[in-house]
Design a protein. Structure first.
Length: 384
């Protein structure tokens, strides 16, 4: 039995692309014959218990606040973690491997299970850079550097979705031999050749959480300065705690500004084909699901130089960069977009689509994990 752990599995308290990727991975593993159980949290007592998600058994444990955060909500994290640990103790003979999505409080559960029962443990680091998971778990909000050392000693493999996340792991004491680089995956239809629509070369979108770490407000202000004067359109898709403020900023400029807030979509594939560029102005990222989905549709990413983006964007070939997140840098990046010819965009669009299909098919990602699980089980048997 493959036991996965994640703070949030459904979208009632979403952490963004992390839970979306966990759902896709677990469902695809189940479809490929894997016996997958997902252990998650819920803040709604009525949702506590078992559920079925496309064949994946999901056990949600109640706690009063998100276990993804700590600080003053640390007791809520502990309540959840103790329930996970009790469940693992009761079922340890059935468990083949424990696979944690994100390195938070549940990482301690996986490490304790490895120490007590020898269950192979895998921790996927979701974010790099200033907000790196491996850095956060060693903060005083958890158990400090001593707690991080315990996790590092008692984890068989750390998963990095990008090379920059791998470097973060190494910086905090993880041996290179215990890091596997496996990207996030996408469910991709058969690749087809398509005629490029020239109007897409004048349309860009932001797609993601409307939250401070994604920098939607500075991006919107930069777009308002550039869009109308350079003949491009910029649309914002998403929801989050800055949504009202974003709508106010855009509405204040009027329709002639060529910048719109379009709402939220739970099916990005239905809108991506309308656009030529994806705008990512984040201060930190893991491997952006929005970017992967966009690239598979031939949408060219323009991004800040953050983890995940720098691994897959070759400037001028598969996108290019905002040099920083300040207003001037965002404006400069949008002006560069506006200056591209339709032919230059079409070439990059073909490049990014080919790149995505070669690297991000979820079926290949699943096989990488199955191979890793098998290796860890063999290593465990050899060590006995």
């Amino acid at each position: 039995m493959i036991v996965m752990m994640i703070c949030h599995y459904d979208d009632t308290n979403s952490s963004g692309g992390l839970d979306k990727q966990a759902r896709l991975l677990s469902r695809t593993m189940r479809a490929a014959g894997g016996d997958v159980v997902m252990l998650a949290s819920t803040r709604k007592w009525s949702r506590a218990g078992w559920a079925d998600d496309n064949g994946v058994r999901v056990r949600s444990f109640w706690t009063y606040a998100s276990p993804q955060v700590s600080g003053r909500y640390f007791p809520a994290s502990l309540i959840w973690a103790l329930q996970l640990l009790l469940w693992v103790i009761l079922h340890h003979r059935e468990i083949t491997v424990i696979h944690c999505h994100q390195i938070r409080i549940h990482a301690f559960v996986a490490s304790i299970a490895r120490k007590l029962f020898g269950i192979p443990s895998i921790l996927k680091s979701a974010t790099g850079g200033a907000g790196a998971d491996i850095k956060a778990i060693g903060s005083r909000k958890y158990f400090g550097a001593m707690g991080r050392r315990f996790i590092v000693r008692n984890t068989d493999r750390f998963i990095a979705t990008t090379n920059s996340i791998e470097e973060d792991l190494l910086r905090y004491g993880v041996n290179r031999s215990r890091v596997a680089v496996i990207p996030n995956g996408l469910r991709l239809p058969p690749m087809t050749r398509e005629e490029h629509q020239p109007e897409r070369a004048r349309k860009a979108l932001f797609l993601g959480r409307i939250a401070a770490d994604k920098n939607p407000l500075p991006l919107a202000r930069a777009a308002l300065e550039v869009a109308a004067t350079r003949g491009i359109c910029v649309d914002f898709w998403g929801r989050g705690n800055l949504q009202s403020e974003l709508q106010d900023v855009i509405a204040g400029a009027g329709e002639q500004a060529n910048v719109r807030y379009c709402g939220f979509t739970d099916d990005p594939n239905s809108v991506l084909g309308q656009y030529g560029f994806l705008l990512i102005a984040s201060a930190a990222e893991g491997l952006s699901n929005s970017m992967l989905e966009a690239m598979a549709h031939g949408v060219v990413p323009i991004a800040t130089r953050v983890s995940g983006c720098i691994d897959h964007i070759t400037s001028g070939t598969t996108g290019f960069y905002f040099e920083a997140t300040d207003h001037e840098s965002l404006v400069a990046g949008l002006r560069r977009l506006a200056d591209l010819s339709v032919e230059e965009w079409a070439t990059m669009s073909r490049n990014v689509k080919t790149y995505a299909y070669e690297r991000f098919d979820i079926r290949n990602v699943v096989q990488s994990y199955f191979s890793l699980y098998a290796d860890l089980v063999r290593e465990g048997r050899s060590a006995r």
